[in-house]
Write a protein that binds this ligand. Sequence first.
Ligand code: ATP
Length: 362
Amino acid sequence: MTHLTLQAVTKQFGAARAVDSVDLTVPDGKLVCFLGPSGCGKTTLLRMIAGLEMPSAGSITFAGNDITRVPANQRDFGMVFQSLALFPHMTVAENIAYPLKLRKTGKTEQTRRVAELLDLIQLPHMAARPVTQLSGGQRQRVAIARAIASSPKLLLLDEPLSALDAKLREAMQVEIRLLQQRLGITTIMVTHDQREAMTMADLIVVMEKGRIAQVGKPLDIYRDPVSEFVADFIGLGNILPVTFDGRGGASLPGGTQITVASPARGLDARGDLRLLIRPEDVHVRTANDAVPQTPRANCLPGTVTFIRDVGASLEATIDCAGFTLTAATTPRETPGLELGMPVMAELPAHACKLIAARTAVH
Ligand code: ATP
């Protein structure tokens, strides 16, 4: 059992509480993402796990030992920061060997391990190259190789890809994920990019104002967000104020009535609710489609006011009376869609989720 457990971990900076009573178990061998907007406490939480920041309250255990007050250099965790912090005056091999040197690993073993890691990060011929002569992606890989050189039990990554351009960033997400899975190394990564978290994580911890808003598998969070905040932060969504009759009938802005899935357990049906429907669940029907004989439930008339057609996917904004919907489809599925066109937007009842409206956390 090596798993990491946080209990009521709190960090106070003066009057401000950056992390507020966080309870969390990080399962072995998994990649966990701390995700949330700027200032929600992700980095502070990671730094407490690393031992770079002491909690004001609460405890951190790893492999059954209380490590709350153990200094960073005695935790045996690998870290990669946003800045990477590679040593510019050293070669690739010297950078990777650095943590091994610190641990007084024998020269032969150092050489063997560096060669192994260079193969792993697919830079076998770059050992002697100064790190200043590497591309952004190559530097990134060297930073990761250095972080895992001494076989840490936990790898901590703080926005490691934020300096890369979009395309390289996406490629590195896949690369790091494959590497992590191959090594089976328990990893925690901080990111504010929900797409990155969805791509890489086994488990996402969504944070809001120092607290955990939701923990779950990426798709579970996407499909069943517990609140408006989480729904809004994870992926695109249509989020509309709604009144619910408690039995399945809901009234949208402008008075349109539709049928929806019941609110999640524990949610007050008479409370302040929002309707969530993801864009890919909004079906757009044009006059070209076969029109059903009887009017279909949950089909709302509207007008197309914007189209983003990027070839592989198509996003349409539809102005319905009283509210706007975004629908995600493909040019193939919805041929001939044009600006100003009258359409029917179908909101299947099973895809209409009721969630609690956003409230202030503090
Ligand atoms: P970002 O994505 O912008 O890095 P974050 O979610 O990682 O944000 P933190 O860096 O953990 O957020 O900061 C959480 C809060 O704690 C912020 O309000 C920040 O200003 C505050 N904070 C962080 N470090 C300190 C510090 N050393 N002293 C005082 N306040 C701090």
